[in-house]
Design a protein around this ligand. Sequence first.
Ligand code: ADP
Length: 451
Amino acid sequence: MIEIWSKYKRAILANCVPSSVEANRGVNYWRNSLFATTLIFILPLCFIALIPSLFLITFENKEYITLLHFITIGLMCFIAFVPSVKTATRKLIFSLTVYAFAITLNIFTSPSSGSVLVYFLAACVYSIIIFDNKYAYWWSHLVLFISIFFGFAIAFDLIDFSHNVDMSSVNEWIAVSSNLIFLCYLSSALIPKIFKGIENYISEQQQLKTELEASKKALQVKNEELEQYAYVASHDLQEPLRMVTSFMHKLSSNYGDQLDEKGKKYITFAENGAVRMKQIVLDLLDFSRVNRPSDELELVDLDALLLNYLELREGTIAAASAKINWTEMPTIWTIKPLITTVFHNLLDNGLKYRKKDTAPSIDISAREQNDYWEFAISDNGLGIESQFYDKIFKLFQRLHNSNEYEGTGVGLSIAKRSVEFMGGQIGLHSQVRVGSTFYFTIPKKINERQD
Ligand code: ADP
């Protein structure tokens, strides 16, 4: 039953709401939807209304009413189901049928015009709503024309209105119908105003959406260009840099004894500069690679990852008497090189930005939430003022100079990019001279992809 009802609905919607208006969801789309929904409900009602209609044939010999009823049902079925008819034509047939029904009621059956006038008003308001604003007055003109027609019919006795109390004199008819005409014209003036407002609002929103999409696309293109540029630049810089380093080395070993102290110092400066530049180039290369990892998702045992880190940094950890603590870490589906970079960069910073008089102590924890994992890495180091929380994640931004603490200002940018590439977020809480806690999340969605 539900299946039949939804098929029936879909058929009417497909006929009455053309896909061209469906795409932009403007006011016309809602007008057509309203019209289609009316048809969906009115058709069964037409069939139910056959019952009193058949009653009238049987007991009051009003066959013409039943005939009209069948004609109406036929028209409604035509409007609802015949394909390739324009929606405007369907609406026109519908509205005219409703007006015709009201006229018939007024002429033949209703003992008072009052109820029929309400019917006319409803038909007029409904037509104003489902048709374009520019036709709004047509429906009131039609009501005016019908009222005048009835006025003449009463005055010249063209039709037998003996059953209708309001139609006994022209004066009474004018008194009743003038109210109707006034209300219809009022509706013709007011309803389009509302639609105009909504239409303007929707087109503004659509304009904004289009502009937003265009600038998003432009930004994406620019970002890709920038990444490409960073990749090519850092890649191509490596070779000349290698030449500078090796010839500086040759210069100092072959001609070192011919240089005075100042000359030797200059060579050392140049060598140090080249080493630093090499680090920047390598970091930049890593940064540009984040958005194009060639690796697939895999199950990564974070316990093993951290143990591996301890092995790699054994010397640094021992030299600083550092402690790195964690309780059990999970195994998650993720991109191994990216998560490794994130942990390494955050832990390296925890070891690096320590207080001179205190051995570094770093705590690592993992918390499982509904949709994501949340990791925290807390150190007892220098701490960061809250005004720099955003700055430190930007490329080449540092709070310490490289004489004091070595670095290029790329590590946290890489960490942020990597976390965001995996769909997570990164942030921190910190207190100066107490320590910092860096948090990052890894959504489980990325994990489920392989489940
Ligand atoms: P780098 O360490 O190479 O300078 P990062 O991008 O990793 O680059 O860090 C940016 C800056 O943020 C650092 O220069 C440092 O001033 C600050 N910072 C990062 N981590 C910490 C930390 N754990 N404690 C204090 N300061 C930190």
